[in-house]
Design a protein around this ligand. Structure first.
Ligand code: PGA
Length: 250
């Protein structure tokens, strides 16, 4: 298999600049011999600080969200131009907290995906079902809809800069992880959906991360699955002690 692993840390609304710099420095030193692709996504307020720490290292800089418009009268929003100005290389879009708490729908997420790609950023597009949807047997269809609508109008040539993160909402921050088998089944399904849209080759190549209570003690089992190509880590990404073993899973 030619896909490489991609381990990303989503720091959510945590850390002051000093705390963010401290964690970033620890990761830079402890991951410098790491074999996979890495990313940290601090809060907007720490992006510039963390950018200075990770610049020129094997750790990419990500943002957790961005506005759907390039610029203008959008109080409280942050634009793609401002992110690029800070050295941001990747943006996480459609995270379930954005979808469910801040009511972002597929159309808005798709607008952001296209804008980010147009500006040369890499996108981590998050998809995933709620517990209610899973119990109703809708896990696959929800992930399919979010994938198809999220990628609407994305050119085949831009797909190489798209990563999908499967994050079952019921597993985020709850300590409940999807079993490696359950996660792999959805990953395989998402890969099939990408195949229908962009062909077999694109489906084989696309990186699909798993997210939802990834910890040092379950990372290796998840990563061993055929269709799981990495992780999007929340809680365990806040400390080097827990993120580094995930990033260096054996
Ligand atoms: P968690 O969060 O690892 O704390 O479950 C994952 C995420 O929301 O990206």
């Amino acid at each position: 298999m030619s896909r490489s692993y991609y381990i990303a840390g989503n720091w959510k609304m945590h850390k002051t600049r000093a705390e963010a710099a401290e964690l970033a420095k620890a990761l830079v030193s402890q991951l410098k011999d790491g074999k996979h692709k890495y990313l940290v996504a601090p809060a907007f307020t720490s992006l510039e600080t963390v950018a200075a720490v990770v610049k020129g290292t094997n750790i990419r800089l990500g943002a957790q969200n961005m506005a759907a418009e390039e610029q203008g009268a959008h109080t409280g929003e942050v634009s793609v131009l401002q992110l690029k100005d800070l050295g941001v290389q990747t943006v996480i879009l459609g995270h379930s907290e954005r979808r469910h708490v801040y009511k972002e729908d597929d159309e808005l997420v798709n607008k952001k995906v296209k804008l980010a790609l147009r500006h040369g950023l890499e996108v981590i597009l998050c998809v995933g079902e709620t517990l209610e949807e899973r119990d109703a047997g809708k896990a696959e269809s929800v992930c399919e809809t979010q994938t198809v609508k999220g990628l609407l109008g994305v050119a085949a040539g831009d797909l190489a800069r798209v990563v999908i993160a499967y994050e079952p909402v019921w597993a985020i921050g709850t300590g409940k992880t999807a079993t490696p088998e359950d996660a792999d089944a959805i990953h395989a399904y998402i890969r099939k959906v990408v195949g229908k849209l962009y062909g077999e080759d694109a489906a084989r190549k696309i990186i699909i991360q798993y997210g939802g209570s990834v910890k040092p003690d379950n990372a290796a089992q998840l990563m061993a699955k055929e269709n799981i190509d990495g992780a999007l880590v929340g809680g365990a990404a806040l400390k080097a002690d827990s993120f580094v073993p995930i990033a260096k899973f054996a």
